[in-house]
Design a protein around this ligand. Structure first.
Ligand SMILES: C[S@@+](CC[C@H](N)C(=O)[O-])C[C@H]1O[C@@H](n2cnc3c(N)ncnc32)[C@H](O)[C@@H]1O
Length: 227
């Protein structure tokens, strides 16, 4: 990774300074993933989950396993890392490259796990794929149900996306309402991907723009389950 990206934002973990989970990606996609990861790991550190080793972690809507691979890279244990997705084809492809992980086909609205099974639940760009408001509410309730008391749900999703008609953005107000009355910590992250791509992911150009909150398209939220 270039020194410019390394200094673009606070580094939560030394491992995030190494771009290897994303070395096959374009510079723009790498920039987007690394800046997301940096904000995510910083949030985990603030919330007392800095060490992924030993944690039981579930990814909701894991798709083909991109985030799961990153979590392994950042120190999660394969035996305690699980994923679930509604799309059986994606789960099958994810399983092909993540042989040791337990992956399941299922909906976030009816999770196939017992109450309190996980320390950490992650919902990265999955709520925006669920268009129906009631289904979002069920997914939010399910995410909290499978967390142990004192566990943490992290949501990363976009609040604006005018280019994709197949998804529905998740606004901060709706996000807070989904989990009310719990306190939800929400921050804006991720420089608008079309801008990052237009700039070729060059850190020296992207990082100054990323400091402007109104150019950030995603929300990163922490939802603690009461202990
Ligand atoms: C944009 S992808 C995100 C994949 C992954 N979380 C990531 O960040 O790379 C959205 C995923 O949510 C899954 N999905 C959509 N609705 C779902 C539901 N009701 N339950 C579980 N997964 C769902 C889709 O199949 C897809 O894999």
């Amino acid at each position: 990774m270039s020194p410019a990206l390394a200094s673009a934002a606070p580094v939560a973990s030394r491992r995030v300074a190494d771009a290897s989970p994303y070395e096959r990606l374009s510079a723009a996609e790498r920039y987007l993933h690394l800046t997301r990861d940096r904000a995510f790991l910083a949030l985990l550190g603030r919330r007392g989950f800095a060490r992924l080793a030993g944690l039981r972690i579930l990814e909701l809507g894991c798709g083909e396993g991109s985030l799961l691979r990153s979590l392994l890279y950042y120190g999660a244990d394969a035996v305690r890392l699980e994923g679930v997705d509604i799309d059986a084809g994606k789960v099958s492809r994810a399983q092909g490259s993540l042989a040791g992980l337990r992956l399941a086909v299922g909906s976030i609205a009816a999770l196939p796990y017992r109450d309190g099974a996980f320390d950490l639940a992650l919902a990265f760009t999955v709520f925006t794929s669920v268009l129906n408001g009631r289904a979002r509410e069920r997914g939010a309730a399910e995410a909290l149900r499978v967390l142990r008391p004192g566990g943490l749900l992290v949501v990363y999703d976009f609040w604006i996306n005018p280019l994709n008609q197949d998804v529905r953005p998740l606004r901060a107000g709706e996000l807070r309402a989904l989990f009310a009355p719990r306190p939800v910590e929400v921050e804006r992250v991720t420089l608008a991907p079309p801008i990052v791509r237009a700039l070729g992911g060059r850190p020296g150009l992207c990082a100054p723009l990323e400091r402007l909150p109104w150019l950030r398209t995603h929300l990163l939220a922490a939802v603690p389950k009461e202990g």
